[in-house]
Design a protein around this ligand. Sequence first.
Ligand code: TYD
Ligand code: MG
Length: 455
Amino acid sequence: MAKVKIKFVCNECGTESPKWMGKCPGCGAWNSMTEEAEAVTKAPVGRSETLRTKEKPASIIHIESGREPRISTGLEELNRVLGGGLVPGSLMLVGGDPGIGKSTLLLQASNSLASQGLKVLYVSGEESVRQTKLRADRLGTLSEKLFVLCETNLDFIEEAVASLEPDFLVIDSIQTVYRPDVASAPGSVAQVRECTAQFMRVSKINGVATVLVGHVTKEGAIAGPRLLEHMVDCVLYFEGERHHSYRLLRAVKNRFGSTNEIGIFDMTEDGLREVANPSELFLSERPLGVAGSCVAASMEGTRPVLVELQALVAPTSFPSPRRMCSGLDHHRISLVIAVLEKRMGLFLQNQDAYVNVAGGVRLEEPAADLAAAVSLASSFRDLPTKPYDVVFGEVGLTGEVRAVSRAEMRVKEALKLGFKRVILPEMSLKGWSPPAGIQLIPVKTVAEALKAALE
Ligand code: TYD
Ligand code: MG
């Protein structure tokens, strides 16, 4: 009898090794190598040789460009993240923690596509057809063009695709699907990799836009979708905090569009609701005229978003004070605190400082620095900020306020939401004329900004 060949594969990065190792030589993860039998019939991975005719190299100027045709999903926020809509024949991966709402999002998109007259196949390997139906009922009117299949065997799924010929295919989730000829458990690196390669072929041959749902696990017990990121056209992450109802959809890779855009949804009793005006949502619980609260104008992709930054500075009872922040970069807050101490003379060494972005949003931009400085100083001095102020700007190490991009859009968003003043870097005023109805306060240093905001 032929001996079954065994290899060890890292769950985190997919590195293979003939021997077990405690530490993966590829990514350095500990205890991530699992035993796997080699695939019996090795399918060509990641390459679709069978469906191509032999091609000759062509000069780039002779290649027709033309825009990719797009199918609107009916969900504007999803379209935005995809770069305008679905591209036929593309393969997408939607990752996210369990329970964040991936199935809900895709079922809603499926239903909306089906009601436009497209044929949609939703394959669920996690829930029964009836459970899917129960969920779908909560989401509203259903279309008869939406087909549901509860199946995990890849061969049967392929058969269903071939007979139904859908325009849009959802596999929920890739970790539950298996190829019978691969001798590993569903969810293992080998299965996930082989199945994804197969779905890539299916989607390219049939021209069907395919979405794979992938779970991200902390322990890496199941092969995470990280391994698949370079195989697919588009990687979206659906994230949010469990205790907040809104969810952000982010693209981390997109062959057909930008990766800066985010989509914002609100999880309600009857499904996800699109949030067209996120600033209103993020500012809805803002207390007015209190110390330590400041509104920042941040850019999320091409969209300006106003969010509330809160700070609390209080005497510490520890030898070294606590610095906590959520929703912001820890290093940038340390920098802002150091600038306030050294340049502004705020004595913060015996004070705990907590900084929080209200509503669970994450601000990655340095443009939030100045708002953090204002809210920290406001809390420390116990001086309330003005409820009609918006602040943005990057803080430099000498206490200067540096220019940030797209100042005009941020100012217009502030105007739209009824704010009266914007404190912004002087250098950001170049190249555009301010709109009427809002007062701009250009500042060069943190000191000037604090004076304008607090006095
Ligand atoms: P689900 O889409 O099943 O998450 P995932 O597929 O990412 O694991 O969403 C699960 C959560 O969403 C669950 O906690 C219930 C909640 N939910 C609502 O609040 N409203 C709804 O209409 C639906 C369908 C789910
Ligand atoms: Mg699910």
